[in-house]
Design a protein around this ligand. Structure first.
Ligand SMILES: [Zn+2]
Length: 398
């Protein structure tokens, strides 16, 4: 059902964009050749996403209709019956097969589609190493969290949900606290921003608004892609600003200060804290709902299992939950778009509108962002408002 709605919206969105021409605000950023290339890229992306989502929905439907999840459970029970090892093995096998099945698609996406339009900078070595590191981290952290869940379900019965809620909240706060010091360096190289005019301007802006910017880092995003980004990480005194080298490459100092002012806006307007609170509440709600369903024997049976089995029920639960996660996704996108406007306003009022506008134009056009998405499509999927709406809001604020 959601698959049909999704494809319908994608189709409406494509038709909507076709009728529009290049807006005046962006005439300086495109020549005819670049505009045609962008159209071609977007068309190829759309076909690729149609193909991959049809494939994954098809596989999921077959597995559900023919009791594939239950069948895997019975097979693995011949390997181990242990209450912790069995679910670990079950999700390990499922996760690994899903990733290996989608591997050809991932390779096509990175080395053919993105490559053809000049976005890809990933070497085969980086791609392979990323996979290995991803598997290892997934096995260690995913395995630990799953083992804990299974153990709590067995020891505490129905009360498992709030204990697990507390532990998982502490764990994710801990992880985001150490993200830039432990996790990010496993995949990227992080170095302090060199002294110079950019650093001076960023620090001067920070002092002006009472937000000390002494931990500014540059990360080698260019190792994987030409796409640019910037983000904040950590809390309190451990807070760090991380800029992609690809962002520094193509933008002026003033544009970078404006981008950073926008990011600080998210912090000052409490978007970051509110986001954390929202996700903690969401996790609690989902875990409570899980506590109502995971002991249900019929659910395992419906997925083809011969007996009640926690891990099969978790799969069933995630399928039943998808309408709710869809609604929560709409809500969080709505809030996120409002926050983007607020952060833009913060940047224009504490810095300047003009460099923020040009930075946004550069980023959007370099990434071949859709300039004319359908409003309904934006409502459903966009976490950021479309470029032209942001530019209009920035100009109105001045
Ligand atoms: Zn933002």
């Amino acid at each position: 059902m959601s698959f049909i709605i999704e494809r319908l919206l994608a189709w409406v969105n494509r038709r909507y964009g076709k009728k529009k021409s290049l807006p005046d605000e962006l005439k300086d950023y495109f020549d005819e050749e670049k505009y045609a290339k962008m159209e071609a890229y977007r068309k190829e992306r759309a076909s690729f996403s149609l193909f991959s989502s049809t494939l994954s929905t098809g596989i999921m439907l077959v597995l559900l209709a023919f009791g594939g999840f239950g069948w895997l459970d019975s097979e693995l029970r011949q390997v181990t019956q242990h209450y912790i090892w069995l679910p670990l093995l079950y999700f390990g096998v499922l996760g690994l097969s899903a990733d290996l099945l989608s591997l050809p698609l991932q390779v096509y996406d990175t080395f053919i589609l993105e490559e053809r339009y000049g976005f890809n900078r990933t070497s085969t070595k980086t791609f392979f190493l990323d996979k290995v590191k991803g598997y290892l981290l997934g096995a260690i952290f995913g395995g630990a969290v799953l083992a804990l869940l299974v153990w709590l379900v067995r020891e505490l019965g129905n009360d498992f949900w709030w204990v697990f809620w507390i532990v998982i909240t502490l764990f994710s706060l801990f992880m985001s606290f150490f993200y830039t010091s432990w996790l990010l360096p496993l995949f990227n190289q992080l170095s302090p921003l060199q002294a110079g005019s950019l650093r001076d301007k960023l620090e001067a802006y920070g002092r002006g608004i009472g937000y000390p910017l002494d931990k500014i880092f540059v990360v080698d995003g260019s190792k994987r892609s030409s796409r640019a980004n910037a983000f904040f990480s950590g809390f309190g005194s451990r807070k760090k600003v991380v800029l992609y080298d690809t962002l520094i490459e193509g933008t002026s100092d003033e544009e970078l200060v404006a981008v950073l002012a926008h990011e600080i806006g998210h912090y000052k307007k409490k978007h970051i804290n509110n986001g954390i609170i929202m996700s903690v509440i969401q996790t609690g709600l989902i875990l409570y709902l899980a506590s109502l369903l995971i002991y249900n024997g019929t659910l395992s049976g419906a997925l083809g299992a011969g007996q009640w089995s926690l891990h099969v029920n978790l799969i069933g639960f995630s399928v039943l939950l998808s309408p709710l996660t869809g609604i929560l996704g709409l809500l969080s996108n709505y809030i996120s778009r409002k926050n983007e406007f607020q952060a833009d306003r913060f940047a224009t009022s504490t810095y300047r509108a003009e460099p923020l506008g040009t930075a946004l134009k550069k980023l959007a056009t370099d990434n071949y962002e859709n300039l004319h998405p359908h409003p309904v499509y934006v409502f459903c999927y966009y976490s950021h408002p479309p470029l032209l709406r942001r530019l209009r809001a920035i100009n109105e604020a001045v």
